[in-house]
Design a protein around this ligand. Structure first.
Ligand SMILES: O=C(O)CCC(=O)C(=O)O
Length: 298
């Protein structure tokens, strides 16, 4: 199997995929979504965009970058544990995970003059100041689902420096508004509608400006361990009847309070209750726990 092939629904990440991910810091999953899925997730994203536009909440360039993907677009829930991508996530992070950050993105062609900004970054904010190791620990991975065609550069592609996830620093300007050469070895990741990109949060990356006539559309989900604090605000979603209809794994990923036998709820996030952690149950039933890999240890 090549690393671009779809992952079987209940199979762990292959050795080849893991080697490529560890080497490059990212993987492209071609055809993660079917054409029908691309069409229905695009419709759902377009509806959110139309609401934001009507409410005057788009950026001046007409773009939308809306945090809390499922809270703001519940129809996107099927992406969070999608069989073609989610096995890659638990294969790396294990079963005690949630989505700590997510966003819905629509970026039209740039038609206004925008001042220069060096947008290269690693994810995780202060994690990159407050952790003392070199390289810093991975802590989270993110999936970008492409709904528009970014198969050629210039369409607002995701741009990365392959292999840079093990480097705490890249060469950059003293201030973000100072023009600076693009990092050596950086590449625009080309992907078609329905492709997904899995990346290590430490990978140095940036969004690029959309200079094409294609409306750039994507949905992003970042996964981390449940003991790390989530950035998405899901309280309203958690209280909704819609949430009650999601699957147990989806509810875990979105931050549901899970049964703790009367102990303090925070203990659950620490992984003290594998038996009431839905992803643990799923992996156990399917023989996918792995005593040799600590995050997947029963
Ligand atoms: O939109 C993109 O291409 C990049 C998004 C990004 O920088 C991020 O997810 O951290």
């Amino acid at each position: 199997m090549t690393v671009d092939d779809q992952v079987a629904a209940t199979a762990a990440m292959s050795r080849e995929q893991r080697d490529q991910f560890e080497r490059d810091g990212y993987l492209v999953i071609r055809g993660a979504l079917s054409e029908d899925e691309v069409a229905s997730y695009t419709d759902a994203l377009d509806r959110v965009y139309a609401v934001e536009e009507a409410a005057g909440r788009l950026a001046v360039d007409g773009s939308m970058h809306k945090l809390g993907a499922v809270a703001n677009c519940p129809e996107a829930v099927g992406l969070i544990d999608h069989p073609n991508t989610f096995p890659l996530v638990w294969s790396i992070l294990g079963w005690n995970i949630h989505i700590y950050h997510s966003h819905l993105d629509v970026h039209p062609q740039i038609t206004i003059a925008k001042p220069y900004r060096f947008e290269w970054h690693q994810d995780g904010g202060r994690q990159n100041r407050e952790l003392e190791t070199d390289p810093r620990p991975r802590l989270s991975v993110k999936i970008a689902y492409w709904l528009s065609d970014v198969s050629e550069p210039g369409r607002g592609n995701f741009k990365v420096v392959p292999g840079s996830h093990v480097r705490n620093r890249i060469d950059g300007p003293p201030r973000r508004d100072v023009e600076w050469p693009e990092p050596a070895g950086s590449v625009e990741v080309c992907a078609g509608p329905g492709d997904a990109v899995l990346f290590d949060r430490r990978l140095w990356h940036t969004r690029t400006r959309n200079r094409s006539a294609f409306m750039r559309k994507g949905i992003f989900f970042a996964y981390s361990h449940r003991w790390s604090y989530g950035r998405d605000e899901n309280d309203e979603l958690l209280a909704s009847t819609r949430f009650a209809g999601f699957s147990p794994i989806q509810r875990q990923l979105l931050g549901a309070k899970l049964a703790t036998d009367g102990q303090v709820p925070g203990d659950h996030q620490w992984g003290h209750y594998p038996e009431t952690t839905p992803l643990h149950g799923f992996l156990k039933r399917n023989g996918l726990l792995d005593p040799a890999y600590p995050p997947l240890r029963p």
